[in-house]
Every structure is written in structure tokens, then in C-alpha cells.
Design a protein around this ligand. Structure first.
Ligand SMILES: *Cc1c(COP(=O)(O)O)cnc(C)c1O
Length: 401
């Protein structure tokens, strides 16, 4: 470990709560799909702040909007009308069937809003005594108390958790049907599980899920926090499946690095909230929504959703071919668009070594659940960077085998 990294580590341990086990890398500067550490070493960033900087780091056009808006209006609270918020909402809602948005600051908060509006819609609009929310095994919906209960992992020492959450086997429609009772308010799913290791739901499951929800009067909620905003090669990942959730959530890349989340609902389900039902001080302020609008404009102008689909398709094909050149190294290549998982066919210790070696070679990515290399590059990454990475991975796997 370099002396500068050692110093970062010491200060961090002294100053910050022990919640993150960090990568051995201190980032001092970033641009596009590149990071630089304190020693001046350059890295290709295939993680993009965990699917956050979808248009690349320190994007020049985004920087301009931030600077301009910072001199005009940053925050006045949701007690006031703000044009930036409305302009953003209009363009955002035009990407889907949803009719109304609620803005907040993170993915967990967006899911909290979804859980709350679903329960309130069932109880006050439908007059049903329904509160239970069903999620799928291996999901990730956030770290607040309710989203933790929905996720069902990392719960040790945090009990009692909010009541009314239930998980069923992933991709098993019979298990879901058995779990649905008259007190079930909603089902919350990631169409493509991200944190869980990149697992897209089967098309038949998605349709059956939608039909089952319609039949039972249960709300279908999609967590698009990671897979949304074009990453999957459609604007929202449920659009791959031809299904329309009653409500869905977004956050991560909405403002390219500034905190902005949203819960979007059909006009019908939006009736679940009334004046005073829900609120957040910062949610959708003028600065972040001005940036959000710019993000949408750039994505549209540059055709980044279609590009993510094409680039991702070619990258997965490249990984599969590479896997064949190094027999026994790659178990499965999964994903849609630029949400990519390469599951290795090696013991966990060796997977960790592959990840470390790639970091050492200058490639930043994530190792999900011990064995899956997860790639979430900026949507505008150069294809040459993905090719460079494939070569580095092949070299690393050959060294390991
Ligand atoms: C990251 C993530 C969340 C949580 O978002 P935060 O902004 O960390 O609260 C929720 N759902 C999914 C699918 C995510 O990937």
C-alpha cells in the first residue's frame, strides 16, 4: 500500500463510522470514464459511482448547468413553485406511462415513498385493509428501516424492523401466488437485480406477475433505481418486458452525481397521496432538477439509451467469446444494456484475486456476491475502453488458470 493510501486509511478510521470496507484506492480527480488516484495513477472506471455518473465524471455540460443554476436558485423548499422542478417532471414522465412524480434524494427514500403511497392508496382510496409488501429473495431496495425490512439482508442488530414485509423465491410465480393474501398491498421487484449479482427476470414471469397483481388488486411496483435511466438499454427496464408497473422508483443516475430520486405513479395510484401525506425538505430542489433536465436532454440528443443497448450486447458477446478462449474461467455472462455481470467459474478467493489484479491493471469495477464481476460503466463510455477491459480480463484469467 502506498504511503498516501496508508494516510487516507488512518484518517478514515479515526474520523468516520465503520460502515464501508473501502477499495484500496483514493480518488482525487475524475473525468469521463477515468479516475486518478493520489499517486497520479489512471484508472478506467467501469463502475461510474455505482451506476450514478451515467454521463461520465465531471461532464462539461453538467458542470455548466450546476454553475449557472447555483447563481440563480439552489433551494427554497417545496413550499414554493419552482419551474426547474416542473420542467424536469414533464420530461421525466414523458419517458413512461406514469402520470405523476414525487421527488426525493436517494433510492431508499424513493422506495419509502413507494411503500407509503401503496399502503395509503389501498387503505384510503380502495378502502382495503392491505399493508403487506412482497419482495423477491436476493433483492436490494435500500438501507432505511422499511427498505431494510423489504431487502431482508444486513438486518442484524436493527430489530424490530417495520412489520408487513415478506420475501418469496426469485422467479417463482407459484411462490408469489401462494404468498398473496387479502392483506397484500403491493409487490416490489427489480426487473433486473443489480446488487444481487445482475439477474434479469424471465419474460414469462414478468407478465404473470403483472396479471396476478391485476387479478388480486395488488400494486405492481418496480425498483428502477439501478437498472433505470437508460442503463438497461430501454429507458426503464420494465419496458423490456412490455409491462407497466403501477408505480416505480428511480435515483442513482438521475442527476449524474447529485442526489436526486423519484417515485413515479400512474394518475390512479397517485391518488394515494394527499396534501401533507408525505414530504422531504431537499427533494427535487431547483439545482438538482435543473441538472436532471440536462441529463435527460443529453441522453435524448446523443441517443444514449439505444447506445447502451448496442454497446452492452457487443460487450456481452465479447465476454462470452473471451470465456471460450479461457476454458473454465467464465460461468455465465448476464445483463441487459450496460448493466453487465460476468460470473466467474472460480473459487471465491480466486475471484477476489482477479478483481484485485484488474484494479492493479487500472480497471475499477465491482465484485458482487463473491463471484460476479459487475460492470456499470457510464452510458457514453468509449467502446475502446470496454475492449481494453476485455483484453485485461483475458490476460488476468490466463494468469490465474
Ligand atoms: C442502490 C439501490 C437502492 C438504494 O439507493 P440509495 O440511493 O443507496 O438509497 C435501492 N434499490 C436498488 C435497486 C439499488 O440499486
Amino acid at each position: 500500500m502506498s504511503a498516501s493510501l496508508e494516510r487516507f486509511r488512518e484518517r478514515e478510521q479515526q474520523l468516520l463510522c465503520r460502515t464501508y470496507s473501502r477499495y484500496p484506492l483514493s480518488v482525487v480527480r475524475a473525468e469521463g470514464a477515468r479516475l486518478w488516484d493520489a499517486d497520479g495513477k489512471e484508472y478506467v472506471d467501469l463502475l461510474a459511482g455505482i451506476a450514478v455518473t451515467g454521463l461520465g465524471h465531471c461532464n462539461e455540460e453538467i458542470a455548466e448547468v450546476i454553475a449557472r443554476q447555483a447563481r440563480k436558485l439552489i433551494h427554497v423548499s417545496n413550499l414554493f413553485y419552482q419551474e426547474e422542478q416542473l420542467n424536469f417532471a414533464e420530461k421525466l414522465l414523458a419517458t413512461s406511462h406514469a402520470g405523476k412524480a414525487f421527488f426525493c434524494n436517494s433510492g431508499a427514500e424513493a422506495n419509502e415513498a413507494a411503500i407509503k403511497i401503496a399502503r395509503r392508496y389501498q387503505q384510503l382510496v380502495q378502502g382495503r385493509n392491505a399493508w403487506r409488501v412482497i419482495t423477491l429473495e436476493n433483492c436490494f431496495h435500500g438501507r432505511t428501516m422499511a427498505t431494510l425490512a423489504a431487502t431482508g439482508k444486513h438486518t442484524e442488530g436493527f430489530t424490530p424492523l417495520p412489520d408487513g414485509f415478506l420475501r418469496v423465491a426469485w422467479g417463482d410465480i407459484d411462490a408469489l401466488e401462494r404468498a398473496m393474501t387479502p392483506d397484500t398491498a403491493a409487490v416490489l421487484v427489480e426487473m433486473i437485480q443489480g446488487e444481487g449479482g445482475v439477474f434479469p427476470l424471465e419474460a414469462e414471469y414478468a407478465t404473470a406477475l403483472r396479471d396476478l397483481c391485476l387479478e388480486r388488486g395488488v400494486l405492481f411496483m418496480a425498483d428502477e433505481v439501478q437498472a433505470g435511466m437508460g442503463r438497461s438499454g430501454k429507458f426503464w427496464s420494465f419496458q423490456h418486458y412490455g409491462v407497466e408497473p403501477d408505480l416505480f422508483t428511480s435515483a442513482k443516475s438521475m442527476a449524474n452525481g447529485l442526489p436526486l430520486g423519484a417515485m413515479m405513479a400512474t394518475d390512479e395510484v397517485a391518488r394515494g397521496f394527499d396534501y401533507g401525506s408525505h414530504a422531504t425538505t431537499f427533494g427535487g430542489g431547483a439545482l438538482v432538477t435543473a441538472v436532471g433536465l440536462k441529463v435527460l436532454e443529453i441522453m435524448e440528443r446523443d441517443g444514449l439509451v439505444a447506445r447502451a443497448a448496442e454497446l452492452g450486447e457487443r460487450a456481452r458477446a465479447r465476454f462470452r467469446e473471451m470465456g471460450e478462449r479461457v476454458p473454465g474461467s467464465v460461468r455465465e455472462v448476464r445483463g441487459k444494456g450496460l448493466l453487465i455481470g460476468v460470473e466467474l467459474d472460480l473459487p471465491e478467493d480466486d475471484c477476489r484475486k482477479v478483481w484485485e489484479s484488474l484494479l492493479d491493471k487500472g480497471f475499477v469495477l465491482n465484485l458482487a456476491y463473491g463471484k460476479t464481476l459487475r460492470l456499470l460503466p457510464p452510458l457514453n463510455i468509449a467502446e475502446a475502453d470496454l475492449e481494453l477491459f476485455t483484453e485485461a480480463l483475458e490476460k488476468t484469467l490466463k494468469e490465474m488458470m
